[in-house]
Design a protein around this ligand. Structure first.
Ligand SMILES: Cc1cc2nc3c(=O)[nH]c(=O)nc-3n(C[C@H](O)[C@H](O)[C@H](O)COP(=O)(O)OP(=O)(O)OC[C@H]3O[C@@H](n4cnc5c(N)ncnc54)[C@H](O)[C@@H]3O)c2cc1C
Length: 510
C-alpha cells in the first residue's frame, strides 16, 4: 500500500469513480460518507417493504463505466446486469396524443411520420444528424477533457468543430434552436425537455445542449437492482482494490498545514491524515465554509445560478388507464410557465410537466398489480429557506395527480402508499445545495467554462461531482471523478522529486 493517503469526502458517483481509479493505482484510499450507503443522489426509498429508486433513473453513456471498469481489469457485465431499453421514453400531451421515442431512430422517424407527417419526420432525421455531429464535436474537447478554457476549447474544436457550432448558432438558446429544427410544437417541447436533465431551463440553456438527445439515442439501460444496485457494484469494485468506506461519517473540516491539505476532521472528533483530499459534495458547501474557513478559497466566491430541484413521490401502487413504459413524460400545453414559475418566481410550477418512472416496466403486469412508481416534477432550488410551504406542496401534489389523471393515468398518492421528497429534504441531504440537484444551472453559452475543474487553488484539494466539470448526471459525475483521480496522480508525479514515504513539513509526501 502506498504512503499516499487520499480521503474522498462523499460516496456519490464522482467519489466512487475516484475511489476505484485511485485504489487500483495502489493509493491508500478512505471514503467518508455522511449517509449509510454509497450513491449520494443515487438512492432508493422503501415504501411498503419495497425499494424504489428515488434519485436518477435514466442510465446513459455506459461507455463511461465500460472505460472505468476496464481500466481496473473488470467489465460492466461482470459487475452488474444491465438491459438496453427499446423505448427511450413514452410521451403524452393534453391533446390526447402520444409518442414513443425508440432506441432505433428509424422507428422513431416512422412513428413521427404517422403522428405528425412526413415533413416532420424528415426534420427529425436532420435533427438526428445535427445532434450526432454536435456530440462528436464536443465529446473530446468538452465532455472528456479536464476543465476547458475558452481559448483551449476553440483550439481543440478546430475548423471543422467550429463549423459545426457556427451552423447551430451557438448563441441561440436551446428553445430558439429547436424552433428552427421542428414545426410541430410537441417535438420542440419534447427535445427542449433535455435541458432539465442538467437542471436548466430550455429558454436559458445554450443550443449545444441538443447533444443530450444524442446521448439518449446512443442508448438507455435499466440496471437490475436499480440505480442503487449500480452504486453498490461500484463501491464493491473500489473495496476489492483496497478502498475503505466509512459510512455515517461526516467530514466537518478540511485541515491545511504549510499551505496544503494535510487531513480531515470528522464530526466524531477523529482526524484522518491525508496528503490528497477529493471533495465530492456540492461545491457550494466549500464556498459557504461548511468544510472550514481554509477550504473556502478552493472555489470562486461568487455563487453561480442554481439548477433545478424537484418534488418527488415514490409510490407502490397499481396504475390504471394509459399503458406506461419505463420512462414516461406527461406534458402541459403551456410549457414556458413551468420555467417562469421556477426560475423567475421561485415557486413550484402551477402547471407541472410530470415525469413518471415505472420501474417494473416494460414487463407486462397483471391488472391491479402493485408496481414501483417514481414521479418527479421540477421545483425551484429554494430548499435552504422556508419559501415552499406545506400548503404549496399539497397544492402541487393535487395539481400533479390531477394532470396525470386528465392525461389518462390514474394513480393516487396516499400517506400509506407513497413518500414525498421536497427541496428542503434534498438540501438537508446534500448540504449547501438548497436542493439543487445538478449543481449550477447551465444557463448562457459560456456556462460550460464556469464550473470548477478538478484541481483547486488549495494544494492537495480536488473536486469531483455534479457541481464540477463536466457537470451533472450520473455518467458526467463519474467522469469528473476520473478527472479528479487523474489530477491526483498528476500531482503525485509532479512532486516525485521527493522520495516516496519521506516526510516533508511534518506530513507524508510523495
Ligand atoms: C431526483 C433525481 C433525479 C435525477 N435524475 C437523473 C437521471 O435520470 N439521470 C442522470 O444521469 N442523473 C440524474 N440525476 C442527477 C445525478 O443523480 C447526479 O448528477 C449525480 O448522481 C451526482 O453525483 P455526485 O458525484 O455529484 O455526488 P452526489 O450524488 O451529490 O453525492 C455526494 C455525496 O457526498 C456526501 N457528502 C457531502 N458532504 C459530505 C461531508 N461533509 N462529509 C461526508 N459526506 C458528505 C453526501 O452525503 C453524498 O452522498 C438526478 C438526481 C436526482 C436527485
Amino acid at each position: 500500500m502506498s504512503e499516499h493517503k487520499v480521503v474522498i469526502i462523499g460516496a456519490g458517483m464522482g467519489g466512487l469513480s475516484s475511489a476505484i481509479a485511485l485504489a487500483h493505482r495502489g493509493l491508500d484510499v478512505t471514503v467518508v460518507e455522511s449517509s449509510n450507503a454509497p450513491g449520494g443522489k443515487v438512492h432508493s426509498r422503501e415504501v411498503n417493504g419495497v425499494q424504489i429508486d428515488s434519485g436518477p433513473t435514466v442510465f446513459t453513456m455506459r461507455w463511461v463505466f465500460d472505460a472505468l471498469l476496464r481500466s481496473v481489469g473488470t467489465t460492466v457485465e461482470a459487475e452488474m446486469r444491465i438491459t438496453p431499453l427499446q423505448v427511450l421514453a413514452r410521451h403524452f400531451w393534453p391533446d390526447g396524443s402520444q409518442l414513443d421515442l425508440s432506441a432505433n431512430p428509424q422507428e422513431s422517424e416512422a412513428a413521427i411520420a404517422t403522428w405528425s407527417g412526413g415533413d416532420e419526420a424528415r426534420r427529425f432525421r436532420d435533427f438526428c444528424k445535427t445532434t450526432r455531429q454536435l456530440y462528436a464535436t464536443l465529446e473530446g474537447p468538452m465532455i472528456r477533457a479536464q476543465r476547458p478554457n475558452m481559448g483551449g476549447f476553440m483550439g481543440d474544436l478546430g475548423f471543422k468543430g467550429l463549423g459545426v457550432l457556427a451552423q447551430l448558432g451557438p448563441m441561440r438558446s436551446l428553445w430558439q434552436q429547436l424552433g428552427h429544427q421542428f414545426t410541430d410544437p410537441r417535438l420542440r417541447q419534447l427535445f427542449a425537455r433535455y435541458a432539465t436533465y442538467c437542471g436548466s431551463s430550455p429558454w436559458q440553456s445554450p443550443a449545444t445542449l441538443m447533444l443530450i438527445a444524442q446521448v439518449e439515442m446512443d442508448g438507455v439501460w435499466s440496471v437490475e437492482g436499480g440505480m442503487v444496485g449500480m452504486a453498490q457494484s461500484l463501491a464493491r469494485v473500489a473495496r476489492r482494490h483496497g478502498a475503505v468506506f466509512r459510512y455515517q461519517s461526516t467530514c466537518q473540516r478540511i485541515e491545511k498545514r504549510h499551505g496544503r491539505v494535510c487531513g480531515v476532521h470528522l464530526q466524531s472528533g477523529e482526524f484522518l491524515p491525508a496528503d490528497r483530499v477529493i471533495f465530492n459534495g456540492d461545491a457550494n458547501a466549500l464556498r459557504q465554509g461548511l468544510l472550514g474557513e481554509e477550504a473556502r478559497s478552493a472555489v470562486p466566491q461568487t455563487a453561480p445560478p442554481r439548477s433545478l430541484s424537484a418534488l418527488t413521490w415514490s409510490l407502490h401502487t397499481p396504475t390504471q388507464g394509459v399503458v406506461l413504459d419505463r420512462h414516461n413524460v406527461f406534458f402541459q400545453s403551456t410549457y414556458a410557465s413551468e420555467f417562469d414559475d421556477i426560475f423567475e418566481r421561485q415557486r413550484l410550477p402551477q402547471q407541472p410537466t410530470v415525469y413518471v418512472c415505472a420501474q417494473d416496466r416494460p414487463a407486462d403486469l397483471l391488472p391491479g398489480q402493485h408496481e414501483r412508481i417514481f414521479c418527479l416534477v421540477n421545483a425551484p432550488a429554494s430548499g435552504d429557506g422556508n419559501a415552499i410551504t406545506e400548503e404549496a406542496l399539497e397544492q402541487c401534489q393535487t395539481t400533479t395527480f390531477q394532470h396525470l389523471s386528465q392525461l389518462g393515468l390514474h394513480l393516487q398518492a396516499t400517506a400509506a402508499n407513497s413518500l414525498r421528497t421536497h427541496p428542503q429534504d434534498f438540501h438537508r441531504r446534500f448540504p449547501a445545495s438548497a436542493g439543487a440537484l445538478y449543481g449550477q444551472a447551465t444557463h448562457g453559452w459560456t456556462s460550460i467554462f464556469s464550473r470548477p475543474g478538478s484541481t483547486t487553488p488549495l494544494q492537495g484539494l480536488f473536486l469531483a461531482g455534479g457541481s464540477a466539470h463536466p457537470g451533472p448526471g450520473v455518467p458526467m459525475a463519474a467522469l469528473s471523478g476520473q478527472r479528479a483521480a487523474e489530477a491526483v496522480m498528476a500531482s503525485l508525479a509532479s512532486t516525485s522529486k521527493y522520495p516516496v514515504g519521506a516526510t516533508f513539513g511534518g506530513m507524508s509526501t510523495p
